[in-house]
Design a protein around this ligand. Structure first.
Ligand code: 4AD
Length: 502
């Protein structure tokens, strides 16, 4: 059946020909003699022009009453028309209604985020989730292409595991036939064993963290790609990470320009992404956070927020006045929807104004030794126009497996990559401790059961070599590339600390 249908995205190859498309009503403008239907089919949007004179009378009357998300097939002649959405339209000669959809709950007016999350199964059809979904597809394809074409072997690491890779407090427990096991937080430890077999490996899959933090950067289930390589050093890892991130941004720019434009993304900023990225040590970051430069930056930011607030308030007042005099219902609805959007913006800017002094204080009092907090990362990330590597964190603040630096034992050979524009960490990586005694010491220091780590210690017993890798979070990277404020919009069915609804 699918073979008989033309995709809207292929109309350009079928101008002047008879085509049939299958899809859903996106928008309808019915008139006495002609109906303008905007139809979407998953590949794009297309205006279908239905003239009463050209089709059966009963069908014309039925089509007139079609509302949003009714499904149908449409047959007609494809035409080029620059004024039409997507640049092509169909002069309709026949149609078949498959399912009338009544009172589709998602309307063009704004809805609150809770409503949209509850209706995620339907919201996925809307423009923004569709654009983000298409970009996610490219991103994942680009991730696989990068590693597959650079000599890496894919190894699928397990989801049920017996040991902690990251913070033990963020493990989800599962009853595995009476044996308590965990959902994986990272494929890294198993991947290290595979690296000793293949040399260059990567794993790519869902990852679970029982983090109670309700932030815009945290999901409890997210996708992570993790490469792991032998006989390398930290500089090699940074080089690989910047080549990798550049390659995926380039792929999105190549394949998804239209979606990026629809989302209102700053495309020029993405076009700047190329090696070398900025490199700062953790100690330099602490110096920046506690410097006058950072406090001046935050003061200027606060003034900017206040001026944005004045702007939004002015628009709100104007619209409010307009709504009182509006006569037509469609005009009233449009204003009501714009007012909702502006009120959301106002709340967001108010939160930023409230948080700014607290973040400034946290930064100015930052003490060497702590892990960077979300707001600290945001400040550093806002101060740069390309991703920033932060290297050599304090040993005490980081995971047990990270390699102790040879000349300064207080720090480890690790890095985080912070995306620009305030999006914060998208990659965490490190060289791995390859010395048996030091690793054993770290396992004990963290209070982990050594017997659970015997197989991991074996990798240091039998032919240990320098090795390292990193993990990139798909949703955080997508949030940065699409300019989406909250990563819950960057996965089809987000899992957070809230109840799972669908
Ligand atoms: O920095 P993390 O915890 O590093 C690891 O898991 C290492 N074992 C990876 C490695 O070296 N092979 O996480 C890596 C990335 C983060 O930079 C972030 O992009 C993402 O995973 N991430 C999350 N994304 C969404 N929600 C969460 N709760 C996340 N926690 C980490």
């Amino acid at each position: 059946m699918a073979g008989e249908f033309t995709k809207i995205s292929d109309l350009k190859y079928n101008v002047g020909k008879a085509v049939t498309i299958g899809g859903w009503v996106y928008h309808s403008r019915p008139g006495g003699k002609v109906i303008f239907l905007i139809v979407r089919d998953g590949s794009g949007l297309c205006q279908c022009v239905i003239e009463k004179a050209n089709i059966d009378g009963q069908l014309f009357r039925d089509l007139k009453h079609l509302s949003a998300e009714s499904s149908l097939t449409i047959t007609g002649t494809a035409k080029e028309d620059q004024r039409s959405i997507g640049g092509y339209e169909i002069a309709v000669t026949d149609a078949k209604i498959i399912c009338f959809s009544k009172d589709y709950p998602i309307t063009p007016k704004s809805h609150g985020i809770d409503f949209l999350l509850k209706n995620r199964h339907l919201h996925l059809r809307s423009k923004r989730p569709w654009c983000i979904g298409k970009i996610r597809h490219t991103l994942i394809e680009a991730i696989r292409t990068f590693f597959n074409s650079n000599g890496f072997t894919l190894v699928d690491t397990p989801i049920f595991t017996g040991i902690a890779g990251e913070e033990a407090s963020s493990l989800f427990g599962v009853d595995y036939f009476g044996q308590p096991v965990r959902l994986t937080q990272t494929g890294q430890l198993h991947l290290e064993s595979a690296a000793m077999s293949f040399g260059k490996v990567y794993c790519f899959g869902p990852t679970f963290r029982a983090e109670k933090s309700k932030t815009r950067r945290h999901l409890t289930e997210f996708w992570m790609v993790e490469p792991e390589l032998t006989f390398i050093d930290l500089d090699d890892l940074l080089g690989l990470a910047e080549e990798f991130v550049t390659s995926i941004v380039t792929a999105v720019l190549r394949n998804n320009l239209a979606e990026l434009e629809t989302l209102g993304v700053d495309i020029a900023a993405l076009e700047k992404i190329s090696p070398p990225f900025y490199r700062l040590t953790y100690t330099e970051v602490v110096e920046i956070l506690t410097s006058k430069r950072a406090s001046d930056f935050l003061c200027a930011q606060l003034e900017d927020f206040k001026s944005q607030r004045r702007n939004i308030q002015r628009q709100l007042d104007e619209l409010q006045a307009e709504s009182e005099t509006a006569q037509k219902q469609w005009k009233k609805d449009k204003i009501a929807s714009e007012l909702i959007d502006l009120r959301i913006e106002l709340n967001e800017i108010d939160a930023k104004i409230e948080n700014n002094p607290r973040h400034a204080e946290l930064a100015s009092k930052f003490e060497w030794g702590k892990d960077l907090g979300g707001s600290d990362e945001t400040i550093i990330s806002l101060m740069h126009d390309k991703p920033v590597f932060v290297t050599h964190y304090p040993r005490k603040a980081k995971a047990f497996y990270m390699k102790q630096n040879e000349s300064d034992e207080k720090v480890v050979d690790n890095f985080d990559m912070l995306a620009p524009a305030g999006f914060g960490e998208i990659i965490g990586g490190s060289m791995r401790e390859d010395d048996y005694d030091k690793l054993l010491g770290k396992i004990n220091e963290h209070g982990y059961e050594v017997r659970n780590y015997q197989w991991y210690l074996d990798l240091r017993r039998y032919g240990s070599v320098p090795h390292g890798g990193f993990g990139l979070g798909v949703e955080r990277t997508l949030a940065w590339i699409t300019g989406e404020k909250h990563i819950r919009q960057c996965i089809a069915f987000p899992r957070m600390t809230d109840k799972i609804l669908i």
